[in-house]
Write a protein that binds this ligand. Structure first.
Ligand code: CP
Ligand code: NVA
Length: 308
């Protein structure tokens, strides 16, 4: 039987996500109380990066150490993949050395192919299409900080990018009312919206796509934004900035959300672009809890995929 992988947000069911959240809470508690449990003694993760990273690299690497295993940082610039060795051979070779692969790539098909041709679990550490580890962490953080996920109004404002897609899909699985406000020219992928709507039908949640940031933020429980130019799209920044200006999360826009609403951002952030400093550095911002929880949620994902 083929190994389980996390390539798309819907690779896990709601029940499996809840199980992962419970494990995340447990392993976080163990680390906080100074307890070292070597669940993955002797196990190694290979981490392929085609793009830059602070959080993903450090949280997966530290996470493997905290579980008693080890991790190898494999920049695509250094391994033969960057010189044209194909993904099929890379997947097959790495599967002979490591027990699990995490990969951050441009094309989404590359992580799919790593899982297809390799025979170890593969985790999507961000592609141009999706960022499931971040979305799982953000819903975990919302839940950990006391908000009930079913029926929650979870709003994303800005570029219709990988973060918007994963938040829509994971939120739909978990029964949230997900709102995405983006300009028409930067709207979310229609196939992802359709998939998220199907998932919401099952969970009792909903998926709402609009061009109106005010409607999306009104009475929201969470307001989320992300950079205006994702990695690899830097050349488009100037053109995008003009159109995205009305989608900036500032005091006025955030003020439409519930009083106790969380402000969230996957980071890295650009203050005075997608969010103003008073909001991201304000009392409702939970950005560093999100960043910290990447560590614990990803440990839970790895344990789940490795059958531990
Ligand atoms: N949020 C996130 O994935 O950050 P990095 O790009 O630093 O990994
Ligand atoms: N949308 C951003 C997320 C970074 C974590 C990017 O792809 O660059």
């Amino acid at each position: 039987m083929k190994n389980r992988s996390l390539i798309c947000d819907y690779d896990f069911s709601k029940e499996e996500i809840i199980k992962i959240f419970e494990t995340a809470k447990r392993v976080k508690g163990e680390v906080k109380s100074g307890k070292f449990v070597p669940y993955l003694a002797g196990k190694t993760m290979g981490m392929i990066f085609e793009k830059s990273s602070t959080r993903t690299r450090v949280s997966f690497e530290v996470g493997m150490y905290q579980l008693g295993g080890s991790a190898l940082f494999l920049s695509s610039k250094d391994i033969q993949l960057g010189r044209g060795e194909n993904i099929e051979d890379t997947a097959r070779v790495l599967s002979r050395y490591v027990d699990i692969i995490m990969a951050r790539t441009f094309e989404h098909s590359k992580v799919e192919d790593l899982a297809k041709y390799g025979n170890v679990p593969v985790i999507n550490g961000l592609t141009d299409l999706l960022h499931p580890c971040q979305a799982l962490t953000d819903y975990y953080t919302t839940y950990e900080k006391g908000k009930k996920l079913e029926g929650l109004k979870f709003t994303y404002v800005g570029d219709g990018n990988n973060m918007a897609h994963s938040l829509m899909l994971t939120g739909a699985i978990l029964g949230c009312h997900v709102w995405v406000a983006s300009p028409t020219s930067m709207t979310v992928n229609a196939d992802v919206v359709n998939k998220a709507k199907q998932l919401a039908l099952k969970s009792g949640g909903s998926v709402n796509v609009t061009t109106d940031p005010k409607e999306a933020c009104k009475n929201a429980d969470v307001v989320y934004t992300d950079v205006w130019a994702s990695m690899g799209q830097e050349a488009e920044f100037t053109a995008k900035e003009k159109v995205l200006r009305p989608y900036q999360v500032n005091k006025e826009l955030f003020g439409l959300a519930k009083k106790d609403a969380f402000f969230m951002h996957c980071l890295p952030a650009h203050r005075a672009e997608e969010v103003t400093a008073d909001v991201i550095d304000g009392p409702n911002s939970v950005i560093f809890d999100e960043a910290e929880n990447r560590l614990h949620v990803q440990k839970a994902i790895v344990l789940f995929l490795m059958g531990k």
